[in-house]
Write a protein that binds this ligand. Structure first.
Ligand SMILES: *[C@@H]1O[C@H](CO)[C@@H](O)[C@H](O)[C@H]1NC(C)=O
Ligand SMILES: *[C@@H]1O[C@H](CO)[C@@H](O)[C@H](O)[C@H]1NC(C)=O
Ligand SMILES: *[C@@H]1O[C@H](CO)[C@@H](O)[C@H](O)[C@H]1NC(C)=O
Ligand SMILES: *[C@@H]1O[C@H](CO)[C@@H](O)[C@H](O)[C@H]1NC(C)=O
Length: 177
């Protein structure tokens, strides 16, 4: 009897270890909406399979009223189960402030460390150019720092300028073993 109990613990231990370290993540869908066509136009918003299990993202948003000096964002996560339900992490911030003082925004800093890669927006305000992300691949390390269970999620990014909602991007993603 004791032997069986011990081996169960070992199995449980291995299983826990695997769910924490063997995770894979990838984008599964992407939706970009400009909510103010006088302010911005979504020119590109697509995913492409780069190789097995690796999905790249391209987004181009044309800004029509440059320079943009005042940007705020709201980031929220939803888990798929009977539609998408709000999930634990959400945060909002003055994005221009964030770009100057990143350490003041812990959740955003983790996400930004990975999501600003391969973009042209990793600089302080203002923005006086089109917003481009090219071949951005979701990095599983985000989900080591912000622990998520295996499943399907949606990350919604709402972008405002001058306190007026301008753009909404929904990143659908899957975390799997
Ligand atoms: C993104 O755009 C670049 C340049 O046009 C292209 O080479 C690449 O295949 C595109 N990737 C995706 C994920 O659409
Ligand atoms: C984000 O969190 C705040 C505070 O917990 C809550 O009031 C708000 O409804 C949440 N928003 C979303 C979209 O989940
Ligand atoms: C963004 O810029 C900051 C400051 O220059 C730098 O520390 C950081 O590594 C950059 N992040 C990315 C994802 O390129
Ligand atoms: C951004 O614009 C809004 C609306 O005009 C204003 O309330 C807010 O203080 C501005 N933020 C900054 C950092 O200037």
């Amino acid at each position: 009897m004791p032997k069986i109990v011990v081996s169960r613990y070992i199995v449980l231990g291995v299983f826990t270890f695997m769910t924490l370290t063997a995770g894979n993540v990838r984008f599964t869908n992407l939706k970009c909406d400009s909510l103010d066509p006088k302010f911005s136009i979504v020119e590109k918003c697509n995913l492409k399979l780069i190789r097995r299990g690796v999905v790249g993202l391209n987004i181009t948003v044309k800004l029509l009223q440059i320079p943009v000096t005042n940007v705020s964002i709201s980031l929220s996560f939803f888990k798929k189960s009977n539609g998408y339900q709000p999930y634990f992490y959400n945060t909002s911030a003055d994005f221009c402030n964030f770009l100057k003082n990143r350490q003041k925004y812990p959740i955003l800093q983790i996400v930004a460390n990975y999501m600003l890669r391969n973009t042209n927006i990793n600089h302080t305000c203002p923005f006086d150019h089109d917003i481009i992300a090219e071949n951005l691949v979701l990095d599983k390390n985000i989900f080591k720092l912000l622990p998520f269970a295996v499943g399907d999620y949606m990350m919604r990014l709402m972008v405002s300028a001058y306190n007026d909602l301008k753009c909404e991007i929904k990143y659908y993603l899957s975390i799997y073993n």
